[in-house]
Design a protein around this ligand. Structure first.
Ligand SMILES: NC(=O)c1ccc[n+]([C@@H]2O[C@H](COP(=O)([O-])OP(=O)(O)OC[C@H]3O[C@@H](n4cnc5c(N)ncnc54)[C@H](OP(=O)(O)O)[C@@H]3O)[C@@H](O)[C@H]2O)c1
Length: 257
């Protein structure tokens, strides 16, 4: 069995490699960081093959697709993602575009390419990594990031329903705050944050256990699942205020170190 993981050089992606390698999978690892890819190939000999691809470049993605075209990919995990943080007017259009190219366009291109092949075969599994942010109707100070994840949620849940008739499984992984190199999550955690911030390893393990139970949506961390539930009862304007407060704390942290 073979799994293709984008974002494999980052916190959650790397933890997923560990889980899938220990379950006997061959792994196609995608990221930009060549050194990290080589390190992964050495750490998981004969299990991991790394491909350096800049997901902002449609041409690079096309070349990558050509080089793996003859391989049977059983599971695709779209894990790469970036998060621009700050007031909307302070983030350049070029940074917004880079984020949309990676979080939305590349994810769509990978999903389309492998989903189509899986439909033809009548089997396969697409796993898209979104975020609990994707369930919110807005997220001040990370506005466009929240919007990209709302897109991922919507696309993923829609093709889940279509794929069911065609033998293709689809899963949405929606982590909450997770300690990785992700912007704002790479700083030392306070004791309060340690109560709810998950580790990449926990996220990967919960995905695996969710896959075994054929879950459609996997939200790692008990507190994140409780928040997902009570979220529906909080008035919209209050929610928008609370999310802004959380992101402001993140910004203060980024600039305080
Ligand atoms: N950490 C959190 O708090 C959190 C919470 C909810 C959801 N998520 C989601 O989880 C996913 C993984 O994030 P993470 O926390 O593991 O972050 P991370 O440690 O920063 O890893 C991000 C990954 O995305 C890849 N990537 C980014 N831009 C790319 C590009 N242009 N081309 C190719 N690869 C690119 C990076 O690869 P290179 O560096 O090698 O380019 C890296 O492998 C993301 O989709 C993120 O939105 C994270």
């Amino acid at each position: 069995m073979r799994v293709l993981i984008t974002g494999a050089t980052g916190g959650i992606g790397e933890a997923l490699i560990q889980v899938f390698a220990s379950e006997g999978y061959e792994i196609i690892a995608v990221g930009r960081n060549r050194e990290k890819l080589e390190e992964l190939e050495k750490r998981f000999p004969k299990r991991v093959v790394g491909y350096s691809v800049d997901l902002e470049s449609s041409d690079e993605i096309d070349r990558f697709f050509e080089s793996v075209d003859n391989l049977d990919i059983n599971i695709l995990i779209n894990g790469s993602g970036v998060g621009e943080i700050g007031y909307f007017e302070d983030i350049s259009y070029s940074d917004l575009k880079s984020m949309l190219d990676t979080n939305v366009l590349a994810l769509t291109k990978f999903t389309k390419y492998f989903y189509d092949k899986m439909v033809k075969k009548g089997e396969g599994h697409i796993i898209n990594i979104s975020s609990t942010a994707g369930f919110q109707q807005g997220g001040a100070l990370m506005s466009a990031y929240y919007a990209t994840k709302a897109y991922v949620n919507s696309l993923t849940l829609s093709i889940y329903e279509e794929g069911r008739e065609k033998g293709v499984k689809v899963t949405l992984l929606a982590p909450g705050p997770t300690k990785t190199n992700f912007k704002g999550m790479d700083k030392k955690l306070t004791s309060f944050e340690k109560l709810y911030v998950t580790t990449a390893e926990e996220v990967a393990k919960e995905l695996w256990s969710g896959l075994k139970r054929e879950k459609l949506i996997v939200i790692p961390g008990r507190i994140n699942r409780i928040l997902y539930f009570i979220d529906k009862f909080i008035p919209l304007k209050l929610k928008l205020k609370l999310v802004k407060r959380v992101q402001m704390k993140k910004i203060e942290k980024i600039f305080s170190f």
